[in-house]
Design a protein around this ligand. Structure first.
Ligand code: GDP
Ligand code: IMO
Ligand code: MG
Length: 416
């Protein structure tokens, strides 16, 4: 029996979906504990690519039950679309989807609030995914939210959403001119809500039954450590805690129930949206990483910003999550480079403490390997310079690197 958590260690899009897919073969249960449709987790099986936003990646494994935990914010309209996409692949999934009765619900009002807040921020906009995540978590914390357990009584949802709309109109958060469009969108929302209400479940009792009966549980993080609302590059973060510490509150389990915490690191760094990024490359190498890595957001299709591996924030991420193991992804993207840099220090201050906007990175330079590694399956068969790069990261992160991903597909993985 094992309870393994797989978490993003940088600014999201590290390849969590692929790693969850690889490691979920023997999982009886796969659970998400935070975030919502802002996530975009890509899984490639054979020639077919699937992008999941709210459904845990275990949904593509026929035997795994999937929990959308109480710490998530669920968008019924988006979820229904996603369910249809997965079903069209011939998978039977209805009986395996379990939405926590305590999860909060994203409504069209939250998406509109997300958009208007971004417009209001102007040049200081966060660059959110506009999926309504921040406003939904805000309403949760200010005790005005709608929980999944309420979806069964659609009349009371209608009442609650109408009063929520009136509240935000009165506060000037939403313009009166938007009201007719929203009222129309609410109809689609009520319809979707009714349809997903059949998936609502007491997932707390369920996960504890799995723990008691020694079954394999995999916990799938979304976003990444530097997007955590407390520990990330605030305010350029998401609105949930993405780190290991939130697994327990997002699922209703104890810290003693989690055995292993695997951090997923990309072999370089990317970030979508605004905010500090000390090792960002605004040059030909940055363009090279972006093009070779096909670095476009899986949810918003925005171009991802690219830069060198930042071992300063990496070490911090390992420390606060307590990673027991690391999966290093997209190493193949570095194949063509003559030299590869790693940021090992900030010249002008210690992190955490220094404002990331001000950080001046200091680099070490390692030689590239200039050969194709995507077909390699054994660590010993990797070029010597590739092994040197991996070993250096392991030393800097003070955590073993147990998995190395060298391509998008399930089989393109090396266990070390
Ligand atoms: P997630 O949000 O952490 O699940 O990551 P995304 O799915 O948003 O982005 C990762 C992207 O990299 C996806 O397009 C994956 O198919 C792709 N990917 C994952 N691992 C590898 C790898 O080792 N090599 C390459 N070239 N692509 C990878
Ligand atoms: P996965 O799970 C990368 C970023 C957004 C924005 C900030 C706040 O695929 O790794 P939000 O919509 O959450 O309020 O946006 O967070 N962001 C992500 N970046 N991967 C993600 O998820 C992200 N989810 C949110 O781009 O900068
Ligand atoms: Mg993603």
């Amino acid at each position: 029996m094992s309870v393994l958590a797989i978490l993003g260690a940088q600014w999201g899009d590290e390849g969590k979906g692929k790693i969850v897919d690889v490691l979920s073969e023997k999982s009886n249960l796969v659970a998400r504990f935070q975030g919502g449709a802002n996530a975009g987790h890509t899984i490639k099986i054979g020639n077919e690519e699937t992008i999941l936003h709210q459904l845990p990646s275990g949904i593509l494994r026929e035997k795994a039950n999937c929990i959308l935990g109480n710490g998530m914010v669920i968008d019924p309209i988006g979820l229904l679309e996603e369910i249809e996409i997965v079903k069209s692949k011939g998978l039977e999934i209805d009986s395996r989807i379990k939405i926590s009765h305590l999860a909060h619900i994203v409504t069209p009002l939250h998406k509109a609030l997300d958009c208007s807040r971004e417009i209001e921020l102007g040049k200081n906009a966060i660059g959110t995914t506009k999926k309504g995540i921040g406003p939904c978590y805000s309403d949760k914390i200010s005790r005005k939210g709608i929980q999944a357990r309420e979806l069964a009584d659609i009349l009371s949802v209608k009442e609650k959403l109408t009063s929520l709309l009136n509240f935000h109109l009165a506060k000037g958060n939403i313009l009166e001119s938007e009201k007719p469009r929203l009222i129309k969108e609410f109809e689609e929302f009520y319809d979707a809500s009714q349809k997903i209400s059949g998936f609502v479940f007491d997932t707390i009792s369920m996960i504890h039954q799995y723990i008691k009966s020694d079954r394999n549980i995999l916990i799938e993080g979304a976003q990444g450590t530097l997007l955590d609302v407390d520990f990330g590059s605030y305010p350029f973060v998401t609105s949930s805690n993405t780190i290991a510490g939130n697994i327990c509150t997002g699922l209703g389990i104890s810290p003693k129930n989690v055995h292993d915490i695997l951090g997923v690191f990309k072999a370089y760094t990317t970030r979508v949206g605004a905010g500090p990024f000390p090792t960002e490359l605004l040059d030909a190498t940055g363009d090279y990483l972006q093009k070779t890595g096909h670095e476009f957001g899986a949810t918003t299709k925005r171009r991802r910003r690219c830069g060198w591996f930042d071992a300063v924030v990496g070490k911090y991420s390992s420390m606060i999550n307590g990673f027991t193991n690391i999966a290093l992804t997209k190493l193949d993207v570095l194949d063509g480079l003559d030299e590869i840099k790693i940021c090992t220090n900030y010249k002008n201050g210690k992190y955490p403490g220094i404002d990331l906007h001000l950080a001046e990175p200091e680099y070490i330079t390692l030689p590239g390997w200039k050969s194709t590694i995507s077909g390699i399956r054994k660590f010993e068969d990797l070029p010597i310079n590739t092994r040197v790069y991996i070993n250096k990261l392991e030393e800097l992160l003070e955590t073993p690197i147990g998995f190395i991903s060298v391509g998008k597909s399930r089989d393109q993985i090396i266990s070390k």
